[in-house]
Ligand binder design. Sequence first.
Ligand code: SAH
Ligand code: SF4
Length: 378
Amino acid sequence: MTINLLDYDREGLADFLTEMGEKPFRARQILKWIHQSNQSDFNQMSDLAKNLRAKLSKISVITVPQVTRDHTAADGTRKWLLSVGSGNGVESVFIPEANRGTLCVSSQVGCALACAFCATGKQGFNRNLSVAEIVGQLWLANKMLMEKNGCQPPAKTRNGILDPQPVLFARRVTNVVMMGMGEPLANFENVVTALNIMLDDHAYGLSRRRVTVSTSGLIPAMDRLRKRCPVALAVSLHAPNDVLRDYLVPVNQKYPIQDLLAACQRYLQDAPRDFITFEYVMLDGINDSVSHARELIQLVRDVPCKINLIPFNAFPGSEFKRSSSESIRVFRDMLMQAGLTTTVRKTRGDDIAAACGQLAGRVYDKTRRSTRGKLEVI
Ligand code: SAH
Ligand code: SF4
């Protein structure tokens, strides 16, 4: 099998080079070529000896998934559908803002955890993405953003204030959220290696605070993540009690709320930020009442956290409705009055189905769940 160098973090690349009889420090040069210069042709790696370049091209490749669709929404959000073989496709989404560009990255083809309100969950599961397929999303995004507008930085006025329409300018990815398709902590080893590459100064050089893993609450993996690669953590809570959470996020039956909150406390001992983000999808008539808000306030009392309310995004076949703006406002105000930092996530790119929970890609479901449900695969 041909080796894809995009599968390696610095340590893996150094081991690979040592096995070839080369100096391990070459790993830094190669990482820079691949991830900082978007170079996939060994012949262009001018500071590597010619015979090393020749050896590398004989036994290895640098390949990323193929972009099969590229859509830009009215608000500048851009979504790519990437083909990952055997008819499967995953999506990644770039969200440009005035002072940052966030890439929402997928970690699996589908998801086995079957949350009731999630398009990916409804589709069933096919397989984990490889490291190259995860990091390849970042590699491709930077490349495509550069191509489209010639990589112009946001225009600045004389006093250094950003142009009021920076959204029109393509930039590099400055933040990553593992909030695309799949449960990142169910693909633990590949995700950790991919995170190492994102954080490496010789690759993407993102700070731990700018890389967020979102999990539905796989407790043992949360404990391993804090030891192996503590990045910012978002936890999909979505309900203030076990009865409701068992229904909305079925993995709660295995890892119930009190255990999850204890795992959050442990995570904070190593986390790069001094809070956990709790995500809470706002579902009309399901989890958005005044008494749910009261229950939530009591529940998270002892965990340093921020709450991110996500208005539900509909998708073909979804059985829920988004909470009204009024109930979201009341819910948010109650949390804020109780001293909880609360934000309502802006819905970005919903005209191209790029908003949270709308990512569907193309999943050939091995669990056959999707054929039992009524979701139509896009
Ligand atoms: N599997 C991980 C990360 C991917 S989903 C997780 O569950 O945390 C990213 C976020 O979008 C999660 O909080 C998820 O619960 C939320 N989400 C899923 N479906 C949604 C939908 N239809 N509308 C709004 N948010 C949704
Ligand atoms: Fe999987 Fe996350 Fe969707 Fe749940 S919300 S089904 S864990 S991707």
